[in-house]
Write a protein that binds this ligand. Structure first.
Ligand SMILES: Cc1cc2nc3c(=O)[nH]c(=O)nc-3n(C[C@H](O)[C@H](O)[C@H](O)COP(=O)(O)OP(=O)(O)OC[C@H]3O[C@@H](n4cnc5c(N)ncnc54)[C@H](O)[C@@H]3O)c2cc1C
Length: 510
């Protein structure tokens, strides 16, 4: 039996970062990945002359060299990889389009606090003061969350809260309540809710603190994509792990996690190989770990209850299109399109429970950021939506292909109608990923792609206050989109680094 300091189950971006940090600090790590490439959804695939990005629309939390801030930047700097990736900066924040009601929205919002505030003032005269206040509040949230992360005892945490009174004041507010408290006119509030689908909890329930923190990160620091897709990032981290004497095993599905003396101690791979380790880090869903990988008798009732109480966030559906016209020729001048019927997010979240009523989408045109992303005279569009129920789980095998294609067609028509650009005559390649595709590809329950829903009881603040680690079983850790920091690249990467640091700190104390 081989022994490692740590094994990581799943080579998603969170697991790779955890392994990378441990390997750089001299630990011997084995990353075990069931697929034939590392990265999980941080990956790409080819169809014809197009290489499609599977997931990454934009990476936030990666400030430029003159402002090297943000969670992704912190992790990539620690790994020494910030300059090993060829980055492309995303040109603008988003174009927000609604298409129902009397006064539909068509607004283009830029990156940069000043430019964003100016644009808001142009769209909704008189909102400048409230928008500026939102950014001041966001700065306080960032400072308070950093201080809370560093606080070790309950007393220290209480001291942080009393030092940040505005933070405490908004801690229990939803996005709707927070934006209203700032005095934003309803139209301005609607423009600022553009990113809500990235967290996929409606704004009557989504924590204002969490949303504003993410919103500020995008607007203040902008966002990036690797020119060679997120796979370039995954491959760089995998290389770094190997360069530092550790291993990344592909086609290695973990079937069981073994325990010894009340702690996680080994994993068994599909071919029967057993690997023992001091720590087991899971970059996969706790429901899978507690439901099928661990022996039931070692799972505490608290872990069982918490895992059952957590709700899945959106189940993913994507349409990847390769078009035989350039973005310029088609009039696709924007990178990121948020398209919603209207900005009643509670109604839209409910409607996203079924294909026939789900008209939400975020579509990106990669060529608008990187004109050379596909061959000259072509461009790529990726349309993504999420479902708030497991409606695709009820589709029979016989109907699956037909229903998948029908819903993809609905997304394409919605895009054409909202943006006013015809794309159907120019489709050269099309690939569709339904929740079933994601369930199979990354093993996530119901094809959930955004981890757990940021319910109020399970928000980032609640988790930080309670040190809500996901397992009471000694030496078992979680990271990634289902981990402590909730979903998204920078969160998953940050949780990977935090997990590695917790293990390193424990060892240092010993
Ligand atoms: C379509 C889409 C668009 C997105 N857009 C963005 C965006 O623009 N910005 C952003 O920040 N975030 C975005 N996200 C979210 C982001 O991609 C995820 O939060 C993040 O990549 C999750 O990483 P992870 O570490 O949880 O790993 P995952 O990508 O979930 O990978 C888990 C890995 O574990 C492996 N695995 C599972 N079971 C086993 C097993 N038993 N044994 C071995 N290996 C196993 C899987 O094969 C997989 O490789 C998007 C996601 C999707 C799907």
């Amino acid at each position: 039996m081989q022994h490692y300091d740590a094994v990581v189950v799943g080579a998603g971006i969170g697991g790779l970062c955890a392994a990378g940090i441990l390997a750089k600090r001299g630990k011997k790590v084995a990353v075990l990945e069931k697929n034939h490439t590392p990265g999980g959804v941080a990956n790409s695939f080819r169809r014809g002359r197009f290489e499609f990005e599977i997931s990454l629309h934009e990476l936030c939390g990666f400030g430029p060299d003159d402002r090297p801030f943000g969670s992704a930047r912190r992790v990539l700097d620690a790994l020494g990889l910030s300059h090993r990736i060829d980055w492309v900066r995303v040109p603008e924040a988003y174009r927000l389009l609604t298409f129902e009601g009397e006064n539909p929205i068509d607004a283009r919002l830029p990156f940069g606090i000043e430019a964003f505030t100016d644009a808001m003032e142009r769209y909704v005269p008189g909102c400048r003061g409230a928008v500026s206040d939102a950014f001041l509040l966001a700065a306080e949230i960032r400072a308070a969350l950093a201080a809370l992360g560093a606080a070790r005892t309950t007393e220290e945490k209480a001291a942080v809260l009393s030092a940040h009174s505005d933070f405490l004041h908004i801690a229990g507010m939803s996005v709707e309540e927070g934006l209203a408290a700032l005095g934003l006119p309803p139209r301005a509030a609607d423009l600022m809710k553009g990113y809500w689908a990235y967290l996929f909890t409606d704004c009557t329930e989504l924590s204002f603190l969490h949303y504003l923190n993410m919103f500020n990160s995008y607007i203040e620091l902008g966002s990036v994509i690797p020119r060679n897709r997120s796979l370039a990032l995954s491959l760089e981290i995998a290389d770094l792990i190997r360069e530092n004497g550790s291993d990344v095993f592909l086609n290695a599905e973990v079937m069981r996690i073994g325990t010894e003396n009340g702690r996680a101690a080994s994993v068994t791979i599909a071919d029967g190989t057993v690997i023992s380790a001091d720590d087991v880090i899971c970059d996969i869903s706790p429901a899978v770990v507690f439901g099928s990988l661990l022996p039931p008798e070692v799972i505490s009732s608290a872990d069982r209850r918490k895992t059952n109480a957590r709700e899945l966030s959106g189940r993913g559906f994507c349409v990847y299109l390769g078009l035989n016209r350039s973005a310029e020729a088609l009039g696709l001048t924007d990178y990121s399109y948020f398209i919603y019927p209207d900005m009643d997010t509670a109604a839209q979240y409910r409607a996203a429970a079924a294909p026939e009523t789900n008209f939400i989408q975020n579509t990106v045109c990669q060529n608008a950021a990187d004109p050379g992303a596909s061959p000259s005279g072509t461009c790529m569009l990726t349309m993504t939506t999420l479902f708030s129920s497991d409606c695709w789980g009820n589709v029979s095998d016989a109907d699956y292909q037909k229903e998948k294609e029908a819903f993809a067609a609905q997304m394409i028509v919605t895009f054409e109608r909202a943006v006013g650009v015809s794309i159907r005559p120019y489709i050269e390649e099309i690939e569709i990923a339904a929740p079933q595709t994601f369930a199979r590809f990354i093993g996530s329950p119901e094809g959930a792609i955004y981890g757990y829903r940021a319910a109020e009881w399970d928000s980032i603040l609640a988790r930080k206050m309670m040190d809500a680690h996901f397992s009471q079983l000694d030496r078992l850790h979680f990271c990634g989109g289902f981990g402590m920091n909730l979903n998204g690249y920078s969160s998953a990467m940050g949780s990977g680094m935090d997990t590695a640091n917790r293990i390193l700190n424990r060892e240092a104390k010993k």
